[in-house]
Design a protein around this ligand. Structure first.
Ligand code: ADP
Length: 751
């Protein structure tokens, strides 16, 4: 019999929330595929030290770690590993155990170390054989070292991947802090200066600035020119004049001016004291940014990355190029390691050499675009400067329709600010389509929407009602009397249906011949033309929070929880929250659960409790099955368990819709609205009246004809016919109780 494949996993460099999810996925998918996983503890130092620091991992060694920050297998910066002698020891220790494949989770330093180690591997083996420390046959059996990198760093500084493990959580921590500071700052009309991480990379401060509506941001890629102090003070003054109660300045820890002088929070505070006599407050967030429980995204996406890493390392040719597995345009991507590290270092060089445009460009199109958006959003327009062009003075009305989604306010705020910046007059319709019927329409100002970014709910109100045929006449009148030139509909499925209705009734109602642009906002994530809608990430985070609490509540007894998420017939919330919380089973309407499956699962569940399990989590989506509903499933499991455990049912309910929008949703809302206004501009400029919806997929972001809606959706179950995330269902099966290997490989694109 041939030896099993042995895979080492290590976390190295700075710790990042979500590393545990990746480690868990690596261990479990290795086991599911018949390989033997080992944890190399304390990063590369563990490989150098060997002994107890390289341990075989079993299934339950990675149980209950998804919600923990940091990394349970430890991380370190290893000086020894940078030396030949350290690498030699590491090679010997790994060879002794037959480990010749390693998943490295860390930043560019750790990944560089991996690359160097792999290229040295043949010479290290030769030396060990020569010294008689390793037998020739063993060295030959493991002649090739295969490595795969996952990028774990909160800074999101690696060029080539859109996100890194830990970044989303860090943004959560920053946004939470800003939201809290904002409420106190606004009470006293104060200026707050917040220093956030990012020594060479401005991702965190820039994204936090857009997500929270700050006045001024200083990032390493764009050191301000001489005289920046005046510019900043003037911006703060204009902001206050335009109605802001508080001022907020974000500064990256690596910020400097163009002469290379460090700019820190204290020096800005001093400047404000000297020049304005203002007592600005400084907060340095420091390590709280990497602390705490990982966000939902850092749990589920890191799980997927861990699975992909094992898939790659099992299938990679011995002489394959070094790769990292990252994310590109919402897809798992294979990225050449050397190139990514080289391009990452090139950004630091560009900053050092004063090539700031190159530094920004190297961060990618999304980064540059966010810089531009931030510029517009944080600058109140001067009253006397209205942009020229066809958009000037055109009246665009914003309304929400469909169920409430966190992020609706952020989207409306972005629409008002970006719209005013383009010369539009922005109107708000109160109370959805019924509000339009009754003409509840008012102009919205730049200042009025100031605090909307942070707020849950919908300031304009939303309504599920789709207009009736009788109401169309009143809507036409309202459009005419208010001189509405375009309609921005921010909402869910019913919003799309209502907009579709207006578009199809244009022949009868000429007033409807205006551009209508729908922006997807729904916690269900069931809208056509977009892979993610505004609100879905917040809802997943809310569900994960609730499921964490539910699990904690069961500490003492032997208990199964059957929890129900929202989402109607769309299983997105259930599956993603199930992956993020480590649910043992997930039931989706898309998979049509039948009695046979419920019975088989009851047997699995009972067997698992009889092996000593205390806690079991089943997540189902609201309409997973109307017949086999929450109550039925809970009773069936209880009955089949024969008293071995008890079963509790929990519909998580509306808390999923509440609360503040997550950072991801705030950024998504802002970006999608940016594209919606681009579409509006095109229509206004050409006198067009296209009705469309905005969204993104792996290869496109922009608008689609609303006419396409009936082809794209399953009308009965109110969801897109093609749901990209269903590819993740086998992942859940691999890391959960079933432990089944992936039969269909996870799609990985080459980037
Ligand atoms: P990060 O991975 O977060 O960027 P570091 O840059 O501190 O963190 O790198 C982590 C560890 O990776 C280092 O302590 C060292 O053990 C290893 N490492 C980094 N660069 C190299 C290299 N050129 N050769 C060997 N090992 C390296």
């Amino acid at each position: 019999m041939s030896e099993p494949i042995r895979i080492g996993v290590l976390t190295s460099g700075g710790d990042a929330p979500g590393m545990n999810a990746a480690v868990r996925a690596v261990v479990r998918s290795a086991l599911a595929h018949g390989a033997v996983p080992y944890a190399v503890k304390e990063g590369w130092q563990g490989a150098v030290d060997g002994g107890e620091r390289i341990v075989e991992m079993g299934w339950s060694d990675v149980s209950s770690i998804l919600d923990r920050g940091g990394t349970i297998i430890g991380t370190a910066r290893s000086k020894d590993f940078r030396e030949r002698s350290g690498m030699l020891a590491a090679a010997r220790n790994l060879l002794e155990r037959g480990i010749d494949r390693i998943v490295v989770i860390g930043g560019d330093g750790s990944l560089t170390g991996a690359k160097v180690f792999r290229s040295e591997w043949p010479s290290l083996l030769a030396e060990l054989v020569e010294k008689g420390e390793v037998e020739e046959a063993r060295a030959q059996a493991h002649a090739d070292l295969r490595i795969i990198g996952l990028v774990g760093t909160i800074d999101n500084d690696l060029v080539g991947t859109d996100t890194t493990i830990g970044t989303d959580t860090a943004l959560h921590r920053i946004i939470d802090a800003i939201d809290q500071i904002s409420s106190t700052a606004a009470s006293h009309q104060r200026t707050f200066i917040l220093e956030v991480m990012g020594r060479h990379c401005g991702y965190l401060p820039l994204m936090a600035a857009v997500a929270s509506g700050c006045d001024y941001v200083l990032i390493p890629e764009m050191p301000p020119p001489p005289g920046w102090e005046e510019d900043m003070l003037e911006k703060l003054r204009i902001g206050r004049e335009a109605g802001r109660r508080e001022s907020l300045i974000l500064v990256a820890e690596g910020a400097a001016d163009q002469q290379g002088n460090r700019i820190d929070a204290q020096s800005i505070a001093q400047l404000l004291r000297e020049r304005r006599g203002e007592d600005a407050r400084v907060t340095i967030l420091g390590h709280t940014q990497r602390g705490g429980t990982p966000s939902a995204y850092d749990r589920w996406m890191s799980t997927i990355l861990g699975i992909a890493a094992v898939q790659e390392i099992l299938s990679a040719a011995p002489d394959a190029e070094d790769h990292i597995i990252g994310i590109r345009h919402n897809r798992v991507a294979r990225i050449p390691l050397v190139e990514a590290v080289k391009r990452t270092h090139a950004v630091a060089d560009a900053i050092k050499e004063g090539r700031y445009d190159d530094a920004v460009a190297a961060r990618g199109a999304g980064f540059s675009q966010t810089l531009r958006i931030n510029e517009i959003m944080s600058n109140p327009p001067a009253a006397d400067v209205v942009p020229e062009g066809p958009t000037r003075g055109k009246r665009i009305a914003i309304l929400h329709a469909g169920g409430l989604a966190p992020g609706m306010n952020t989207a409306a705020r972005a629409a008002v600010r970006l719209g005013i910046g383009r010369g539009y007059t922005m109107l708000g319709v109160d109370g959805g389509f019924p509000g339009l019927v009754s003409g509840d329409i008012r102009e919205l100002s730049w200042a009025e929407v100031d605090a909307w970014a942070f707020e849950g709910g919908a300031k304009l109100g939303t309504h599920r009602a789709v207009p009736t045929i009788e109401e169309l006449y009143s809507i036409g009148r309202a459009i005419e009397t208010n001189g509405i030139d375009g309609l921005l509909v921010i909402g869910g499925y019913n919003a799309y249906l209502a907009a579709h209705l207006l578009a199809t009734e244009r022949k009868r109602y000429p007033a409807f011949r205006i551009p209508v642009v729908c922006v997807p906002a729904s916690i269900d994530n069931n809208l056509p033309g977009t892979e993610l809608s505004i609100g879905a990430d917040s809802a997943v985070n809310n569900a994960v929070w609730a499921l964490d609490r539910v699990k904690e509540s069961a500490a003492a007894s032997s208990r199964c929880f059957v929890a129900e998420t929202m989402g109607r017939h769309c299983g997105y919330l259930a599956l993603i929250a199930g992956i993020a919380t480590g649910a043992e089973m997930v039931y989706l309407h898309e998979r049509q659960p039948d009695l046979k499956r419920i019975a088989e699962d009851a047997v699995r569940m009972t067997a698992s409790f009889s092996r000593g399990r205390h806690l079991f989590l089943v997540v189902r989506n609201e309409e997973a099955s109307p017949e086999y509903n929450l109550d039925f499933m809970a009773r069936a499991f209880e009955q089949e368990g024969g008293g071995l455990f008890d079963v509790r049912q929990q519909a998580i309910g509306h808390l999923q819709q509440g609360g503040k929008p997550s950072p991801f949703d705030r950024l998504l809302a802002t970006r999608l609205v940016y594209y919606a206004l681009k579409e509006m501009d095109e229509q206004v400029a050409t006198g067009g009246d296209r009705a469309s919806y905005i969204g993104f997929s792996s290869n496109y972001i922009g608008s689609h004809d609303l006419e396409r809606m009936p082809e794209e959706v399953d009308e009965e179950f109110r969801r897109p016919k093609d749901q990209w995330w269903l590819a993740f269902e086998p992942i859940h099966q691999t890391v959960s109780l079933y432990g089944t290997p992936m039969t269909v490989p996870l799609p990985v694109i080459d980037a």
